[in-house]
Design a protein around this ligand. Sequence first.
Ligand SMILES: *Cc1c(COP(=O)(O)O)cnc(C)c1O
Length: 441
Amino acid sequence: MTTTDPAEVTSSYEQRSAEGASGHAGFGGHSWAASPDAPSARTHDLIAQEDEHLAHNYHPLPVVVSSAEGAWVTDVEGRRYLDCLAAYSALNFGHGHPALIEAAKQQLDRLTLTSRAFHNDRLGEFAAALARLAGKDMVLPMNTGAEAVESAVKVARAWGYRVKGVAPGRAKILVAAGNFHGRTTTIISFSDDEQARADFGPYTPGFELVPYGDSVALEAAIDEDTVAVLIEPIQGEAGILVPPADYLPEVRRITRERDVLFIADEIQSGLGRTGATFQCDNVGVVPDLYLLGKALGGGIVPVSAVVGDRDVLGVLRPGEHGSTFGGNPLAASVGREVVRMLETGEPQQRSRELGAHLHARLGALIGRGVTAVRGAGLWAGVDIDPALGTGREVCERMMDRGVLVKDTHGSTIRFAPPLVVTREELDLAVDQLEAVLTELG
Ligand SMILES: *Cc1c(COP(=O)(O)O)cnc(C)c1O
């Protein structure tokens, strides 16, 4: 990666984000950041209410957000924070992007839902644009990422029986160790994360785990019943793990030779996050199916999709699969606007150029409280030296300093700011990490 002066990237993105930053009062002179006031009763009460009435399937940082713009969120105390998680990349275009909000508002006033029992006047255009962006023929619209994964599993199995000629009931899908593809019972059946699967069985059969990044092991696991390989081009939840450069090209070569579908779960890595439209683009491969979600809904509505060619997605027949909300006109309008932004190439370019800067700055912390940095574009996994503290402790201290990041797997923290972030804001985030590491060291 090369570093380009981001001042060259002048755009509505930059302006918007700079506006957001200029109103920020937390940093500089008499910043609260160094010694935040204790949270008020309001923060305390709102968190207590959630604790009382929500299932405890998350462990959020103790910040209660009430508004946001661009790369910044504001909590109920009026404190502003730089959002370096971006809702796990669902907010690639930032909070409240005017074009996305406008698309949603226009559509809200006209038509929000028809179900697929009827046609609507927004879905076709969205599907055509998304298929074109991906260089594919067709789109299967769903809502959440997990639904896109489930849909691809069904499509791959049907393709296996109807096209490849696999014996009934025998279809096998290869998945990678350390995978994260969602939370449904079928998907957690092929997770190797005990926290995600223990006590949720019995498990769905038909999947086999192979080591991530090892194309030889993958090829050895393929047999006559293998219909698909399902992998994340970069493993997000596992800690932003980037496989060897030849891995995905090898997976593509092997799957083509062995008549196996290559399904790329780009739900987190896709749509600009890694400095390209898809992480697959960065390594020069084209999968049979792209799985998209998160940023596809512009941070406004849940929108996901399976995108592929007619010879694969065409196996589905009326009545075999569906979703009440999948392809609804509100989702299609926002999704169309997301695709429009990606068609300009601007978010991808920002991610690539600012990502180079982010990685250079984080890389300089190796040996100073950081043991490793991985990622691509504006996506970085930072391993904290366990001698200093846990990832959670680092995140809490970053929060006190006005930067929101999230830990994963104990000692890794991830940076995934909205792609509208500026170079100065990235510097601010890394400065705070540096200060936290000094504090703990
Ligand atoms: C988030 C994610 C999913 C699941 O998406 P949901 O919308 O939470 O169901 C699937 N795959 C990957 C790679 C993800 O990051």
